[in-house]
Design a protein around this ligand. Sequence first.
Ligand code: ACO
Length: 327
Amino acid sequence: KAGAFILGTGRALPSRVLTNRDLEKMVDTSDEWITQRTGIKERRIVAEGESNSKLAISASRKALEKAGVAPEELDLIIVATLTPDYPMPSVAILVQEALGAHRAGAFDLSATCSGFLYALSIADKFVREDPARKILVIGSEVLSNKTNWEDRTTCVLFGDGAGAAVVTGSPDGRRGVLSTHLHADGCLWHLLTLKGCGSLYPPCDPRIPREDYFIRMQGREVFKNAVRAMESVAFEALRANGLSPSDIALLIPHQANIRIIEYLRERLELPEERVFVNIHKYGNTSAASIPIALDEALEEGRLKEGDLVLMVSFGGGFTWAAVVLRW
Ligand code: ACO
């Protein structure tokens, strides 16, 4: 039986575009290297006055409008993010206040690039309990402020943005989320970190290496784990629903690297037109990548009623997840 049904989606990207050519002037890299190794051509970066919560609010307004849902109808707001404006209040609280969603509970969730699928799976449980509930699920990141712009191995990868979805209970028990699959393995957490300014790594502490205030990643090791985990959770999700890959109308993978996406596409033996890719425009926007992709896929008419969608993510922690839904 289906659970969370998506009533409307929205996205917000910062206005400033940072191209590979721009990066060539900042670090020892080339458009050719970045394009070949990652598939990224440009990414969006917040400008003065833009912030995580502002992107989240803008994406949410669009999602609510498409859903035909008023902010006062919302029961819950969940924001998946690893780059909140502040430790307190949460981004979800800032969204709640800006929208005037007075009835809604609100909290942030930290599960790196899998955050949106983790958040969607929580929303799924809430609407399975009471299908009348309306929940705003957001993935929003400003990774540019946590990027070491002198480290060419990471600074070419990330971008900023937000995506949002308004969900409620399935209208017919058929359409909506069919299953959710969440995983984590802390054994290799040290391969991908952002330690400052956590409470153990206070701001401007001279004893802490400067690099620890930014995202640090052992890319090759993360890559190997990402392909393995995403393949495994994709097949787990298909098996759980008695599906084969050919049943999937659209795969929406986390956009971290075009080579990871290609690997997954080949393992699932899907034709290119059944895999959504927008990494060339936005880079890796962590928790925002899947809801941004979903919103664009809908705008491009890539989904019709009854289509099966498989969403798959992988991120720091490690965390990885999959959600199967019938559109
Ligand atoms: N420009 C030019 N050369 C570079 C650059 C760059 N921007 N970055 C690295 N290189 C060099 C390296 O120094 C290395 O040189 P060497 O061979 O002389 O030592 C060479 O290119 C190859 O480096 P690798 O790290 O082996 O390159 P790889 O093919 O693995 O690509 C990448 C690196 C793109 C980071 C890849 O490993 C990757 O995508 N990893 C996974 C990222 C991911 O999935 N993250 C998920 C979650 S992110 C999150 O949770 C926030």
